[in-house]
Design a protein around this ligand. Structure first.
Ligand code: 5GP
Length: 183
């Protein structure tokens, strides 16, 4: 198994948690739900972690769609700072539109709560929240995605667009980061 080193020089390895094929099966289901529920849709991907999920998902959607990106951040390294910063605003207005927010992981739920709060002030017709991963054991906010493809335990994960210190986004599978002391 390959050993990687983080920015502090500590070694870690990666273990597959969810395969690319399993992700495809779940994103097929999400696309079917969207295709059946809406006539057209405006998808907002929360950068950077949702970009691979978005590219896979939109190619399975058969209704007319438009998309936009927003970047918010509540994380430094592996610990939540408890604050959400808007790093990149939307380019398109969302008033009167059915929108889908695509999130990579709902962890404490803070990012989701703050993002939805903000987007609601812009009067979209409806909001559906789709998250690739859900860590329910870490939730501090009374909030969850309308659709979550996979529930995962309290592990730090990478791959399929998701990073650790900006690395590993290119991995096809979702893997957990394992430090030797964790066994
Ligand atoms: P929340 O605001 O729900 O606590 O955090 C959500 C955000 O934290 C996610 O969009 C993601 O960017 C980041 N996050 C949460 N868990 C993980 C993880 O296991 N790996 C990575 N790379 N980011 C995570």
């Amino acid at each position: 198994m390959k050993t990687y080193y983080n920015n502090n020089g500590n070694p870690y390895t990666l273990e597959t948690l969810i395969s690319f094929d399993a992700i495809q099966t779940e994103s097929d289901k999400v696309a079917r739900t969207i295709n059946e529920k809406y006539e057209k849709i405006h998808i907002i991907g929360l950068l950077k972690g949702s970009f691979v999920f978005m590219t896979d998902l939109i190619r399975k959607i058969t209704i007319p769609l438009t998309l936009d990106f927003m970047a918010v951040s509540s994380y430094e390294g592996t610990e939540s700072t408890g604050e959400v910063k808007i790093l990149k605003e939307l380019n398109e207005p969302i008033g009167g539109k059915d929108i889908i927010i695509l999130e990579d992981i709902v962890d404490t739920g803070l990012t989701l709560v703050k993002t939805v709060e903000l987007l609601k002030t812009r009067s979209p017709k409806s909001i559906m929240i789709v998250s690739l991963l859900d860590k329910p054991s870490r939730r501090t906010q009374d909030s969850s995605a309308d659709v979550a493809c996979f529930e995962i335990p309290d592990e730090f994960v990478v791959g399929y667009g998701i990073d650790y210190e900006q690395r590993h986004r290119e991995l096809k599978d979702i893997c957990k980061v394992v430090f030797p002391s964790q066994g």
